[in-house]
Ligand binder design. Structure first.
Ligand code: FEO
Length: 164
């Protein structure tokens, strides 16, 4: 049976993951409006993944005999100055999510909630990937700004060389 403190924290996290999904869907819509279907596709899939994260917390809470209480989801931002600004916001947002997963893990340790600790380990690993993906997009967009696409295309070609 999940304790009250852990249950409340899980409900908070469900809200945060649903907000992430909403924010990324808003970013997808922004890219659609700028004729960047590839970026929009990435954000839309990311949005779906965030809903999946929310559902993992939802199922875990119910599975441990807890109560799920959904709260209002904040309205996400709808306008950005550039693709780079969007990518930087994704990176900053993921860093905040990581901090929140770490807090949940610390609470699970304090509460001696071992099932929650095991479940949260999946999220700790997932956040490493999420932060890495966002950082890579930020870095690539900065390179395009600094050096132009031709250099990046050449770099892509050179990366394909295989040793004998
Ligand atoms: Fe649910 Fe992007 O972390």
């Amino acid at each position: 049976m999940i304790g009250k403190a852990m249950q409340d924290a899980m409900n908070e996290q469900i809200n945060k993951e649903l907000f992430s999904s909403y924010l990324y869907l808003s970013m997808a819509a922004y890219f659609e409006g700028r004729n960047l279907p590839g970026f929009a596709n990435w954000m839309r899939i990311q949005s779906d993944e965030e809903r999946g994260h929310a559902m993992k917390f939802y199922d875990f809470t119910l599975g441990c005999g807890g109560k799920v209480t959904l709260k209002a989801i904040d309205a996400p931002r709808t306008e950005w100055k550039s693709s780079l600004e969007v990518a930087e916001e994704v990176a900053a947002h993921e860093a905040k999510v990581t901090a929140s997963i770490y807090s949940l893990y610390e609470l699970a340790q304090k509460e001696k909630d071992y099932p929650a600790q095991v479940m949260l380990q999946w999220f700790i690993t997932e956040q490493v990937e999420e932060e890495k993906n966002a950082a890579e997009i930020v870095a690539t967009l900065k390179l395009i700004e600094e050096r132009g696409t031709a250099v990046l295309m050449l770099d892509h070609r050179l990366a394909k060389r295989k040793g004998e």
